[in-house]
Ligand binder design. Structure first.
Ligand SMILES: [Zn+2]
Ligand SMILES: [Zn+2]
Length: 380
C-alpha cells in the first residue's frame, strides 16, 4: 500500500510541515502582533489569484477543455497555478482526467473516496504513486504547458514568494507577511482544493446522477471559486460551468464568460437546459419509485394512482423534450443552408417553439405536483 519513496517523503513533509507550522505560527503571530490590514489584503489577493488559476486554468481549461483561451490567459493560469504547489498543470490534468474516467475505482482513480475521506483528501498526495501520463497528449502540444511542466516548482516559488517579500519589506512587516501571505495561504489553497476530492464526494446532494460518489455542495463553492457543484460536474465535466443556475455561486464561470466578451476566451461548452432537466427528472423518478415501494402497504391504491400520474407526467415531459430537441436540431441544420426560406422557417419555428415550450412547462409543473402528492401520501 503506502510505500515510502523520496517523492512521497517530500510531499508528506511539505503537506504536514506547512500545516503544522501554520497551526503554531498563525495563532502565535495573531496573539503577539495582532492582524494588519495589509496582511489580510495580500492573503486574499494571492489566495484568489491562485485559486482562480486552479479552477479556471488547471481544472476547466486544461483538464476538461471546457473552453479555449488566448495565450495570456493560459500563461497567467500557468504562472499562478504553479504557486498552488499542486504539481504542474500537465501532471494535475493527467491525474484529474484519470479521476473522472475511473471515478470511485480504488485502483485507477488517483483519489478515490472509496479508500476513505482522508485518502481522497491528501493521503494520495503523500503516497505520490507514479501514474502513466497517457491522457494528456493534447496538452503536451502547448509549449507554455511544457515549459511550466519543466520548471513548475521554481515558477511557483517565485510567484508565491516575490509579492509577499516585496510587500513585507516595503511595510517593514516581513515576518507577518511570510506567516499569513505565504504559509497560511499555501495551506488554505491546498485544503480548499483537497476538499473537492474529499468532501464533494462525501457530503451533499445528488440531483443529477447517483452512478458515482460526487455530490453538489454549495458550502464548498465560495472558497473554491465555484467548484462544489460536483455532482453536476461529474455528469457534464466538459461544461465550462460548475453551477449552471444563475444564482449558484460560480465566479469562475462568470470570469470565463466575461473573457468571451473581450475575446480572451472562446468556444465555451455548455449542456442544454433540457438535458439538465431530463437528468433531474430521471433521478427524482427513481427516488420516488423507491419511496413509494417501501410505503405501498399503507395506501396501495392511492399510491398506485399517484405513481401512474407521475409516470404519465414524466413520459409526457420526455416526449415533449425530445420533440423540442428534434426541432431545434432541424432548425440548426437547415436554417443557414436554405437562405430563401430562412424567414419562413424561422417564423414557423418560432410558433412551434412557443407551443412546445408551453407544453414542456405544463408537463414539468404536472410532474412537480404529482411528485408532491405522492410524497405526502408516502409519508402519511
Ligand atoms: Zn470528483
Ligand atoms: Zn473535473
Amino acid at each position: 500500500m503506502f510505500k515510502l519513496t523520496p517523492r512521497s517523503w517530500l510531499n508528506t513533509l511539505f503537506l504536514v510541515g506547512t500545516l503544522g507550522l501554520a497551526l503554531v505560527l498563525v495563532p502565535w503571530k495573531l496573539a503577539t502582533q495582532g492582524l494588519r490590514l495589509g496582511e489580510v489584503v495580500v492573503f486574499l489577493v494571492m489566495y484568489s489569484l491562485i485559486g482562480l488559476a486552479i479552477t479556471v486554468g488547471y481544472h476547466r481549461l486544461f483538464s476538461h477543455r471546457a473552453f479555449r483561451a488566448a495565450w495570456p490567459v493560459r500563461f497567467l493560469a500557468l504562472l499562478f497555478g504553479a504557486a498552488a504547489f499542486e504539481n504542474s498543470a500537465l501532471a494535475w490534468s493527467s491525474d484529474h482526467r484519470h479521476h473522472h474516467r475511473f471515478v470511485d475505482d480504488p485502483e485507477r482513480d488517483p483519489y478515490p473516496v472509496r479508500r476513505g475521506f482522508w485518502y481522497a483528501h491528501w493521503i494520495w498526495v503523500m503516497e505520490a504513486t507514479d501514474r502513466p501520463m497517457d491522457s494528456v497528449g493534447d496538452l503536451e502540444q502547448d509549449p507554455l504547458i511544457r515549459w511550466q511542466h519543466r520548471h513548475h516548482f521554481w515558477i511557483g516559488a517565485s510567484v508565491a514568494a516575490l509579492p509577499v517579500l516585496a510587500v513585507g519589506l516595503l511595510t517593514h512587516n516581513l515576518l507577518g507577511q511570510l506567516i499569513l501571505g505565504l504559509l497560511l495561504r499555501i495551506v488554505a489553497t491546498h485544503h480548499s482544493t483537497f476538499l473537492i476530492n474529499s468532501a464533494a464526494h462525501w457530503f451533499g446532494s445528488q440531483p443529477y446522477t447517483d452512478s458515482n460518489s460526487a455530490r453538489d455542495n454549495a458550502l464548498l463553492a465560495p472558497f473554491t471559486f465555484g467548484e462544489g457543484y460536483h455532482n453536476y460536474h461529474h455528469m457534464w465535466q466538459w461544461d465550462y460551468r460548475n453551477g449552471p443556475r444563475w444564482y449558484q455561486w460560480d465566479p469562475a464561470k462568470w470570469l470565463i464568460a466575461a473573457g468571451a466578451w473581450v475575446g480572451l476566451t472562446r468556444g465555451l461548452r455548455r449542456v442544454p437546459d433540457t438535458e439538465i432537466q431530463r437528468a433531474r427528472v430521471g433521478m427524482e423518478a427513481r427516488r420516488l419509485a423507491a419511496a413509494l415501494a417501501t410505503d405501498a402497504l399503507q395506501a396501495k391504491t392511492i399510491l398506485e394512482a399517484a405513481r401512474v400520474r407521475v409516470d404519465g407526467a414524466l413520459s409526457a415531459f420526455q416526449i415533449r423534450l425530445e420533440a423540442w430537441q428534434v426541432k431545434k436540431a432541424q432548425w440548426r441544420a437547415q436554417g443557414p443552408t436554405h437562405a430563401e426560406s430562412w424567414s419562413a422557417l424561422r417564423g414557423d419555428w418560432k410558433t412551434q417553439r412557443v407551443q412546445l415550450r408551453r407544453d414542456l412547462q405544463a408537463a414539468w409543473a404536472d410532474w412537480h405536483r404529482a411528485r408532491q402528492l405522492a410524497k405526502r401520501l408516502a409519508v402519511a
